[in-house]
Design a protein. Structure first.
Length: 192
């Protein structure tokens, strides 16, 4: 089973992936965010339209290979992906249809790659995390991206939207309860 945790910048995806993996370590493994791997590793980050699209193609292919590699290494475990291949369509400079054409795929193919989608909404400006150097978006940009990501995943038949809460603990509980119901396993009381 493959679950994607998506949403706008600074929604808490990466922190939540780590917490969920600790709660379900016997049955679930995480797939890290491809964009963070690339940008922290020195992949050029540009703001011109064509360069943005080169970045999104690179992120897409790294995501595909990460998911395949981690699935092979952890046969029988569910995957929890920090973003999915479809997220790049929201960051794409141009129409989403151009994103799919450029990658020789379709919205339908990408939707079918994931059994469940959990969308975390970006926080408002007051709670916006400015500590992650990979996050360059300001709160208004984050909300635009959040809306685009929400729209691009809107046809997925098994999607949960976790609304922005003032208390991150509420988000954590809602998502852990949802994952527990998906994989039909209660969370571990003690992580290793």
């Amino acid at each position: 089973m493959k679950i994607v945790l998506t949403g706008g910048p600074s929604a808490g995806k990466t922190a939540l992936v780590s917490l969920i993996e600790k709660q379900f370590y016997n049955s679930l493994v995480s797939v890290p965010e491809a964009a963070s791997i690339l940008f922290r590793g020195g992949f050029p980050r540009r703001s011109e339209s064509q360069q943005i699209n080169h970045q999104q193609r690179a992120i897409y292919f790294v995501q595909v290979e990460l998911e395949a590699m981690i699935a092979e290494e952890n046969f029988g475990k569910s995957l929890l992906c920090d973003r999915g291949t479809l997220d790049g369509a929201a960051y794409w400079s141009g129409m989403p249809s151009d994103f799919f054409k450029s990658l020789n795929t379709t919205l339908e193919i990408e939707i079918k790659k994931y059994d469940y989608v959990i969308h975390l909404e970006s926080p408002n400006g007051h709670y916006y995390d400015r500590s992650n150097p990979v996050r360059v978006e300001k709160p208004p940009e984050a909300h635009v991206l959040d809306s685009k990501i929400k729209e691009i995943w809107s046809t997925h038949p098994h999607r949960l939207i976790v609304h922005c809460h003032k208390d991150f603990g509420e988000k954590v509980k809602e998502v852990i309860d949802f994952v527990s119901s998906i994989i039909a396993i209660p969370p571990n009381h003690e992580a290793p």
